[in-house]
Write a protein that binds this ligand. Structure first.
Ligand SMILES: [Zn+2]
Length: 347
């Protein structure tokens, strides 16, 4: 049994003008926090995604424009970053990190693995938006489907659980006509993007939504999403664990506490584990007034993910019956042992 794998690309730092609102420093701070608090986690550098891989979810014209520095001023404004070669490399590596996490979770049977960045869900097939250049989850989902096919496995269905406070509009649009990928997005109704796309299931939350109402909505959303997928269940999930539903997030508008966000993560990991669905986790957004709070929220997500990876490995050791009765979920409550397996890090 090994600690969870987490992939990073934080050595590629964008040159941003002074006062730029994007918290570029959080990725390095997160890796330092992980070193300090989760010293056993296997932190690995991600490989860059190739043009061929990016083309699974993006139009070649967009990939070329980014790669060759031909994005227009308007396109750069929509992304929110000025073009730079570091931006291209960072975007490729961030996609590569989600690809690597998905492979570890799915094909290496580790159950859970993470990208210390990623969750770039505002990127569309033909353009970037909202600090997102390429859509890591969309590319990784399509690539894992191909790799599963190459291994002569049945069609790999994918579940995207997007709990960043902003709607996963790019992901929703990319998979709009793709029945093999189920997109679930819980987000602030009045928040960016102001023109929403249609996910398979969208849950819009009012401003100042607190822990209790949020967790209720999430439970109901997971139930509803599963009810629609149970007859053809997903073999892989992507979880966008945005830190930006926090009450003090500059771009959030919701009112979750750090404890509420940890409870959210625990709920997702526990349900996926009980369903036997491996998951690749991306950090997604986090713009807290205090950057240390953003880092702490992401770090707790990684702690809970690591605990879920351990639980997954134990399930595997116990054999196929250990994840038994999953088909009955959510009608039966989780066994007490399953709940406590993810509990030690929750506070
Ligand atoms: Zn966000």
């Amino acid at each position: 049994m090994f600690p969870m794998r987490a992939y990073h690309a934080d050595q590629f730092v964008l040159p941003l003008p002074p006062g730029h609102p994007f918290p570029m420093g959080k990725y390095r701070l997160l890796r330092e926090a992980v070193h300090e608090h989760l010293p056993l986690l296997r932190i690995l550098q991600a490989e860059p995604a190739s043009d061929e891989e990016l083309a699974l979810a993006h139009e070649p014209e967009w990939i070329d424009a980014v790669a060759q520095g031909r994005t227009t001023a308007a396109q750069q404004r929509e992304i929110g970053f000025p073009w730079s070669s570091a931006m291209v490399e960072r975007a490729r590596r961030s996609v590569g990190a989600t690809i690597a996490a998905a492979r570890a979770a799915l094909f290496d049977d580790e159950g859970v693995a993470a990208n210390l960045a990623g969750g770039t869900h505002h990127a569309f097939a033909h353009k970037g938006s909202g600090y997102c250049v390429f859509n890591d989850v969309a590319v990784a989902a399509r690539l894992m489907q191909i790799e599963a096919h190459r291994r002569r496995q049945p069609l790999l269905r994918v579940w995207v659980i997007d709990l960043d406070v902003h709607q996963g509009n790019g992901t929703a649009a990319i998979f709009r006509d793709d029945e093999s990928v189920f997109t679930l997005s819980l987000h602030g109704q009045k928040n960016f993007p102001f023109r929403k796309e249609a996910s398979d299931l969208d849950v819009e939350l009012p401003d100042d939504c607190d822990d209790e109402r949020y967790l209720e909505a999430l439970q109901a959303a997971l139930d509803a999403a599963w009810a629609r997928q149970a007859s053809a269940p997903p073999g892989l999930a992507f979880y966008l664990a945005g830190a930006d539903p926090h009450v003090d997030d500059r771009l959030g508008r919701l009112a979750l506490s750090e404890q509420g966000l940890a409870a959210r993560d625990r709920l997702v990991f526990e349900r996926l584990r009980r369903l036997g669905i491996p998951v690749a986790v991306s950090m997604a957004g986090g713009y807290n007034r205090d950057p240390q709070v953003t880092v702490r929220i992401h770090r707790r997500t990684l702690e809970l993910a690591d605990a879920a990876a351990t639980a997954w490995a134990l399930d595997r050791q116990r054999g196929p019956d250990a994840r038994g009765q999953m088909e009955q979920w959510p009608r039966s409550p989780p066994p007490a042992a399953a709940v406590s397996a993810c509990a030690p890090f929750y506070d």
